[in-house]
Design a protein around this ligand. Structure first.
Ligand code: 5GP
Ligand code: MN
Length: 335
């Protein structure tokens, strides 16, 4: 699903029309959301534009894994994003609710450019650059920069690489195409420290996280009869767990990557209590047989076929019951 030429042309026209640009990515930003936003932000700033970038959730704190990225000086708290921006560009954001407190800027902005790769994207922009086949939003950003004639410098390459490794699981997921490796090669040729970027993302955590991993994995439950007999494994991360360990929600994103290694379960689920609002943030992963994206859309969320999530206003048991029911009839994907 490539982006129509007319949409590229419109995007270039929009980006040429505004000296000040507001950038926003999804709440609780991951490497692709933040990386693709910083990459375009840095390239626009190098052109002399005024760039403000943010996200609409608390805490407004860059997750430790991304704290060494170039371009963090472009970030401002959400309330410093103009109430009615001329041009608003959104990144990796499938629907306006995923902008949190910045959602109101969509209606207030003169123009909205949506840059994304979620198949579930609601196309809320005046112009939409949505490539559901792209491995990461960062891939779409590079194509945009190329079309704008802007150089992908080492400074720009580092956040792009961050988005690429995050969303391909270090080049492991099915989304890893020859083009992904070609882009990675191009980024490495700029001289970025890909080893340092990857170590910060995948191989560095506070000791308290290692201990928390033990706690939440030892309480994991395997339900072989669920998902129509394909198996479900799930666990919780409670507010208490975070309080005791001094960790933020963004620090425990990797729990699901350990949980989903369980051979006996097609689907893995982590239910995390967000200390900011007390709501359950539910992460789901499938091994490839079941479309968890469709399941999460049905439950009010979104995502991709094999990695998706939703926010639940119910307690853990009720949320699990709704999820089990949806998973029992989930669309099966071709092998
Ligand atoms: P994660 O489980 O890593 O938080 O998210 C996996 C995927 O699901 C990501 O693509 C993310 O954008 C999407 N996702 C997670 N939570 C939500 C949600 O509450 N709403 C929507 N629309 N998408 C979500
Ligand atoms: Mn993404």
């Amino acid at each position: 699903m490539t982006v129509p030429e007319a949409d590229w042309a419109e995007a270039l026209r929009l980006l040429a029309s505004y000296d000040e640009v507001a950038l926003a990515c999804h709440v609780g930003p991951d490497g692709d959301a933040l990386g693709s936003m910083l990459a375009l932000g840095l390239a626009l700033r190098a052109q002399g534009r005024t760039v403000r970038a943010s996200w609409g959730s608390e805490p407004f704190e860059v997750p430790a894994a991304y704290a060494s990225l170039p371009g963090l000086e472009l970030l401002v708290p959400a309330d410093q994003i103009p109430a009615a921006p001329g041009l608003l560009v959104t990144f990796d954001t499938g629907s306006t609710d995923r902008l949190g407190s910045l959602a109101d800027r969509v209606a207030a902005a003169q123009d909205v450019l949506v840059i994304d790769h979620h198949v579930t994207n609601t196309r809320f922009g005046t112009v939409n650059l949505i490539d559901a086949d792209a491995a990461a939003t960062a891939v779409v950003v590079v194509e945009l920069l190329d079309r704008m004639g802007l150089e992908v410098t080492a400074e720009v390459a580092a956040p792009v690489y961050t988005g690429l490794v995050t969303d391909t699981g270090s080049f492991k997921y099915a989304s890893t195409t020859p083009e992904v490796h070609e882009l990675a090669a191009r980024l490495l040729e700029t001289g970025i420290r890909h080893d340092v970027i990857s170590r910060e993302i995948w191989d560095t955590a506070p000791f308290a996280y290692v201990q928390l991993l033990g706690t939440v994995c030892s309480r994991a439950v395997l339900e072989p009869a669920d998902v129509g007999g394909l198996g479900l494994v799930w666990t919780r991360v409670d507010k208490d767990d975070l309080d005791r360990s001094g960790l933020a929600l963004s620090d425990v994103e990797g729990v699901i990557d350990v949980l989903r290694t369980s051979r006996e379960a097609e689907v893995a689920v982590v239910l995390k209590t967000d200390p900011a609002d007390g709501l359950l943030k539910v992460s789901t992963r499938s091994k490839g047989a079941v479309d968890v994206g469709a399941v999460c859309v049905a439950l009010g969320g979104g995502g991709h076929r094999f990695a998706a999530g939703f926010t639940s206003y119910d307690d853990v048991e009720t949320t699990l019951d709704r999820l089990r029911a949806a998973l029992a009839t989930a669309p099966h994907l071709p092998a």
